[in-house]
Design a protein around this ligand. Structure first.
Ligand SMILES: C[S@@+](CC[C@H](N)C(=O)[O-])C[C@H]1O[C@@H](n2cnc3c(N)ncnc32)[C@H](O)[C@@H]1O
Length: 222
């Protein structure tokens, strides 16, 4: 999958530019054939790439939430450029919960282990996710029973550094079938490169290693 395939996506300053994690989840979304005529949520939408992909794949209704007003404005504009309807709203996972449940939920949440406090809606909020990288992931797992309708599914992408087995076990405990459906080893991007020395010092990264495995977890509600 190449970036030309996403010519409708333009990214404003401060909004997360789609990259390997975004593209991997888009690929899985395309292959799964999950969204046709379904009510879909993209939580942590950024540029709207996943929401728009769901709409292009025939979703009946697509809601997209992001904590960043700039991301929401960007999503709205990109959906118009793609010629699809996406209801993009400023909000957190808790706000999305009020609008739920959904047949399909997709998410590329922040998941990079970070020692900076999570404040505001600046660019770092796209990736910083607390000491273990799981602040948003754990909330997503906890809210999954309210977000995903009976018979529905969720696709989440994150990295080996934020403990995919933990995502799977939390969701299984919550009554879902959860499994890893795609992986890809990628070179570190700018964020991971800038955090690498700190991750090495914390023992989270082997010295000199500059690749990570991205993982897509699929969850089906029993
Ligand atoms: C890694 S980016 C993913 C963007 C896009 N979905 C993609 O795949 O390219 C994560 C996004 O989550 C948003 N975000 C961070 N914390 C959030 C929260 N608690 N609730 C909603 N959105 C949040 C950020 O503003 C950012 O746009």
């Amino acid at each position: 999958m190449t970036q030309t395939r996403f010519a409708h996506i333009e990214v404003d300053e401060g909004v997360y530019a789609p990259q390997d994690d975004s593209w991997l989840l888009c690929e899985v979304l395309d292959q799964c054939d999950l969204v046709s005529d379904k009510r879909v949520l993209d939580i942590c939408t950024g540029s709207g790439i996943l929401a728009i992909e769901a709409a292009l794949k025939g979703a009946r209704e697509v809601l997209a939430f992001d904590i960043s007003p700039a991301a929401v404005a960007c999503t709205t504009r990109n959906a118009e450029r793609a010629g699809v309807r996406v209801d993009a709203r400023v909000g957190t996972l808790a706000d999305a919960r009020v609008a739920g449940p959904f047949d399909v939920v997709v998410s590329n949440p922040p998941y990079v282990p970070s020692d900076t406090p999570l404040r505001g809606t600046g660019p770092n909020r796209a990736w910083d996710a607390g000491a273990n990288g799981r602040v948003v992931l754990d909330e997503l797992c906890d809210l999954a029973p309210d977000l995903v309708a009976p018979g529905g599914s969720m696709l989440i992408v994150h990295s080996e550094f934020s403990d995919p087995p933990q995502t799977i076990s939390r969701l299984e405990r919550a009554g879902f079938d959860a499994r890893q459906v795609a992986t890809r080893v990628v070179e570190f991007g700018p964020v991971m490169n800038s955090y690498a020395e700190r991750l090495e010092a914390a023992g989270l990264l082997e010295p000199g290693r500059r690749v990570e495995e991205l993982v897509v977890v699929r969850v089906d509600r029993r």
